[in-house]
Ligand binder design. Structure first.
Ligand code: UDP
Length: 328
């Protein structure tokens, strides 16, 4: 039985990866410091003997006894509000955390995949974004802590590959959604659905002409699984190229939820990328992968998930004190 260590296991993506690797017959060791993760996302796995959980912060030395075949480093805050609330931890998990896990991969002779992001392209001047575009990032802006940690993560990962011969993979993840997203992390999809469920107006930032391209989580996990088992060491974009403006997206959510509320406009956050869409030519060619779930299908499943949460979850604000600051 192969063993995989998944960091950020209690998070949105990490928990779906745990499920997938359990399903594929792996022994899964989940690790999380629970700063943004939630044990509810993986509590169904605790009864399995193939699953183990370590409550640990990977920016500190990581010890795992026994053999390890794979490491998936998916621990990181991942919403613009989180970068403001916990900027140092965001920097540390992407830099020190990655360094520790590369060291572990070297010691165990394990294959390691690191979760990179479309944020390394910053506010992109090339559209759609191809892997060979180097990006347009403000190092000292509010998102810089995430963007630069992830850029460093890619560099150190390639250095370990080239210098130590470690088997490394870099996945550049574009906006992804699905069940287990945090309802109150400020990201656009849970924000809109939460507002609709509370009977509030939907807050579009700026004029809503900025674009995003949303990938359903199952499609992302499939792409990650294929990339991990491939022999590709260069970064690969995994995302859904179906691009939409945020204003249109708000209208879709209004239709989906049947809310009688309207769209209201607020200031655009600092350095908010104006457009984002993955070029997935490489993933198609190398992995035979492309997304299968349409936004209509994926949003329906995600809406059902948010509706099924206890009502009090809807009213927990995680970030009121940062609401204005992010847009200054
Ligand atoms: N956004 C919005 N209203 C909200 C939350 C976000 O209009 O209540 C916008 C945000 O300004 C950005 C897009 O939606 O243009 C996606 O934001 P998110 O925080 O989900 O992630 P990002 O793709 O910016 O990392």
């Amino acid at each position: 039985m192969k063993t995989v260590l998944i960091t950020g296991a209690a998070g949105f993506l990490g928990s779906h990866l745990c499920d997938r690797f359990i399903k594929e017959g792996y022994k899964v060791i989940g690790m999380d410091n629970l700063i943004t993760g939630n044990l509810k996302n993986i509590e169904h796995l605790f009864k399995l003997k193939e699953f183990e959980f370590y409550h640990h912060d990977v920016s500190k030395y990581v010890h795992v006894p026994g053999k390890l075949d794979y490491i998936l480093h998916f621990a990181s805050p991942a919403s613009p509000i989180d970068y403001l609330k916990i900027p140092i931890q965001t920097l540390k998990v992407g830099s020190l955390g990655t360094h520790n896990l590369l060291g572990l991969a070297k010691a165990k002779n394990a294959t390691i995949m690191v979760a990179s992001t479309s944020e390394i392209y910053g506010d992109p001047l090339v559209h759609p974004q191809t892997e060979d575009y180097w990006g347009n990032v403000n190092t000292v802006g509010p998102r810089g802590v995430y963007d630069e940690a992830k850029r460093f993560q890619e560099s150190i990962t390639m250095a370990y590959h080239r210098f130590h011969g470690i088997d490394t993979k870099i996945v550049r993840i574009f906006n992804t959604y699905g069940p287990r997203m945090r309802l109150n992390d400020g990201r656009v999809l849970p924000a809109f659905i939460g507002q609709a469920l509370r009977g509030e107006d939907l807050t579009v930032f700026g004029d809503g002409s900025q674009t995003r391209s949303f990938c359903y989580v199952d499609d992302l996990v499939e792409g990650i699984y294929r990339l991990l088992l491939s022999d590709c060491h260069d970064p690969v974009n995994i995302g859904n190229p179906d691009e939409i403006t945020i204003k249109e997206f708000a209208e879709e959510i209004i239709k989906l939820t049947g809310t009688s509320q309207k769209v209201i406009y607020q200031d655009l956050p600092v350095n908010d990328p104006k457009q984002r869409k993955p070029d997935i030519t490489k993933a198609k060619a190398l992995l035979g992968w492309e997304p299968k779930v349409s936004r209509a299908e994926g949003l329906k499943i995600t809406y059902e998930y948010f509706k099924s949460l206890p009502k009090e979850e809807l009213y927990k604000s995680e970030h009121k004190e940062f609401d204005d600051y992010i847009r200054k």
